[in-house]
Design a protein around this ligand. Structure first.
Ligand code: HH2
Length: 264
């Protein structure tokens, strides 16, 4: 899943694609680089981000969704607002990616009516305050149970639901690492699991580096997620993510084959 933020303030690509022409070109470029799906967002969810009114968010994303869908691109719309989801689905978006896991009942109605796929992401609290003091009893169990509750509340067929642990959304560095290192627990629910680690701050905190220097850390975390069973990865650097994913997949495929002599 290639990330396309049509925003002035996203944490890593804010302002780069805020005019529709450059956003559309970037979307098509990511497809050429190997993205299967383009995730279009019009509101930053970084900690402390200012909320954007629905009309403004729709004005940012809709022309981009229309153009990409017309070009045959699979589009997911990264929004928590029913108005935005509704118009983007009507314009051809196939997936709703909601960082609030369809908390709003109207979102659930919109998604049920459109028969789209949804990504339910876990977040503790709200973007404005979520990093203030995140706490859990057992982060892996709490996140998994909360996502299962969101999935049953969504009221959609199981095959149209993906789950996402929400790396960086109301989580400390340790929470993020624990979720990634135990991702098989979420995978065992049977829902396809999506993971977004791309350029995130836990990588910067561990390595002591800025957002534009986080590619290697991103790829390492992505491969761990894949090897633990993640089916979809959300990536800003699609070419590199694709290459890393291909190596992880080749290793996993070969490990399944009985053709090689095994150590005795
Ligand atoms: N992360 C971000 C936004 N949307 N959606 C899902 N399902 N999973 C994620 O991990 C996720 C997400 C944050 O990254 P980005 O879009 O690059 O930044 P911003 O929210 O500042 O626009």
């Amino acid at each position: 899943m290639g990330v396309l933020n049509v925003t002035p303030d996203s944490f890593s690509d804010g302002g780069l694609f805020s005019d529709p022409r450059s956003a559309i070109a970037r979307g098509l470029q990511m497809v050429e680089q190997g993205a299967d799906l383009i995730d279009v967002g019009g509101e930053s969810t970084r900690p402390g981000a200012a909320p954007v009114p629905a009309e403004e968010e729709e004005a940012r994303v809709l022309p981009v969704v229309v153009a990409l869908a017309k070009n045959g691109v699979s589009v997911s719309i990264d929004t928590s607002k029913p108005e935005v989801a509704r118009s983007c689905l009507a314009a051809g978006a196939a997936v709703v990616n909601d960082v609030t896991a369809l908390r709003d009942p109207e979102m659930r109605e919109v998604c049920a009516a459109a028969k789209c796929t949804v990504c339910l992401m876990h977040m503790q609290g709200e973007p404005r305050t979520m990093q203030t003091d995140p706490h859990y009893g057992n982060v892996v169990e709490d996140v998994t149970l909360s996502l299962l509750e969101s999935a049953s509340r969504a009221g959609l067929p199981k095959e149209r639901i993906w789950l996402d642990p929400g790396i960086g959304f109301g989580k400390t560095v340790e929470h993020n690492l624990c979720l990634l290192g135990n991702l098989e627990v979420l995978v065992a629910t049977g829902y396809p699991v999506l993971v977004g680690v791309s350029r995130k701050s836990f990588i910067g905190r561990i390595l002591g580096i800025e957002v534009e220097q986080r590619l290697e850390g991103t790829l390492a975390a992505q491969v761990i997620a894949q090897m633990k069973g993640a089916r979809i990865v959300r990536a800003h650097d699609v070419l590199e993510a694709r290459r890393a994913a291909a190596i992880a997949q080749a290793v996993m495929d070969q490990a399944q084959k009985p053709s090689m002599p095994r150590p005795t």
